[in-house]
Ligand binder design. Structure first.
Ligand SMILES: [Zn+2]
Length: 387
């Protein structure tokens, strides 16, 4: 039997192994995209080390480690909580439940794990949402509130620029430094996105998030977006209805920007549009470092909204903070997208969140809702203020 201390150190070791593997998988993925992947005979050093560390743990717990390439691949595609024996149990306790790979591509969990250690290890992977963090820093320093909102909205509305930088440059209203940083948030369309159809190269955009899809050509073509989430949410992602001609000058947001800014905030912008259509006064990102959406009812009541799309319910429950008091609000809400609404997500989230609310009364003032429930609440408030 394990005593507590031993199992903690083994959990740590398992976490290290999985993080190493994640880092290796992302590195490999980057090499595939940029076409610099080494031959299959020289395996990625992070993956190799991670598997070695994993095998040591397996042997300690009398679990058969993956024996050859195919078994390794099988393990990576299995949900981590379904890994054999005590490994799966450890994974569940650490809130690592998703698989590391989905149809041969790294999952969101893998990206999250790799990004978490990005700065700690010496890796060549850039922290790709950096340009956006720089925009925030620059606009705060130069007090460019309006430019900040404009830049954020521009990115959310343009995951793909057909005419490349021309689309950024033709707007003369940009602060020059902000404009530069926006340009740095984009990359050329990778070769993997371009498909020869009817004699010329074409691309297709993801119906959910608008990012140019990448293709893996096996017997049946398979589309990949920035995240496995799009494959799960878009039913016919492998059969796009619309194709557009590829242009060498076209650009797309880099993956970091797409994952941390564009895709999650598209839902926020949609929510803003829905609320405005109901006659409410809305303001996106009313202060540079405050909450996401300011909503004013005809009655004068103000609701503050912050929108969060995290795959880990535990991480989000630990990271949520009290709302800033300015701009003024009467009620504050954390809103989650409906695709996260599963019994497991709720259970894990509330077990941590309730504990935090007991310790901090500023948190207990905030209501946490999924979008559908929140919209019902809006209707209720509109009705009651009309009486
Ligand atoms: Zn997508």
């Amino acid at each position: 039997m394990n005593n507590g201390l031993q199992s903690e150190s083994q959990k740590f070791s398992l976490k290290q192994a999985v993080i190493r593997i994640a880092v290796g998988l992302i590195e490999q993925q980057e090499q595939i995209i940029t076409k610099t992947a080494p031959p299959i005979t020289s395996p990625n050093k992070h993956i190799k080390l991670g598997i070695e560390q994993l095998s040591v743990l397996c042997i300690r717990h009398k679990i058969m480690p993956p024996r050859h390439h195919q078994e390794v691949v099988d393990w990576f595609h299995r949900r981590l909580e379904d890994w054999p024996g005590v490994l799966g149990q450890f994974m569940q306790e650490m809130d690592f439940t998703e698989p590391l790979m989905f149809f041969g591509r790294p999952t969101d969990l893998t990206y999250e794990l790799a990004e978490r250690v990005n700065q700690g290890y010496e890796l060549e992977i850039e922290i790709k949402d950096l340009p956006f963090k720089d925009i925030l820093e620059l606009c705060t320093r130069k007090q460019l509130d309006r430019q900040y909102v404009k830049a954020r909205l521009f990115l959310v509305e343009h995951p793909y620029l057909e005419w490349g930088t021309r689309e950024i440059n033709r707007d003369l209203d940009w602060d020059l430094e902000v404009r530069e940083l926006i340009g740095a948030s984009y990359e050329p369309i990778p070769v993997a996105c371009r498909v020869m159809r009817d004699g010329y190269e074409q691309i297709a955009l993801c119906p959910r998030c608008g990012w140019p899809l990448a293709w893996q050509n096996n017997a049946r073509p398979r589309a990949f977006c920035y995240s496995d989430l799009c494959s799960r949410l878009v039913e016919r992602i492998n059969y796009p209805e619309q194709w557009i001609a590829y242009r060498p000058e076209s650009l797309r947001t880099n993956r970091g920007i797409q994952a941390s800014v564009v895709a999650p905030e598209q839902l926020l912008v949609q929510l803003r549009n829905t609320l405005e259509a109901k006659g409410l006064t809305c303001k996106l990102w009313p202060n540079v470092d405050s909450y996401d959406l300011y909503v004013k009812f005809p009655s004068g009541i103000v609701w503050a909204i912050d929108f969060k799309d995290y795959s880990s319910p535990r991480r989000i429950a630990l990271e949520l903070k009290p709302f800033k008091e300015s701009p003024y609000w009467d009620k504050a809400f954390y809103i989650f997208p409906d695709h996260r609404n599963t019994p497991r997500y709720n259970k894990v989230f509330y077990s941590v969140w309730q504990e935090r609310c007991q310790e901090n009364s500023n948190l207990s003032r905030i209501e946490v809702l999924f979008i559908k429930k929140f919209l019902a609440k809006i209707e209720q408030e509109l009705k009651s203020s009309n009486i």
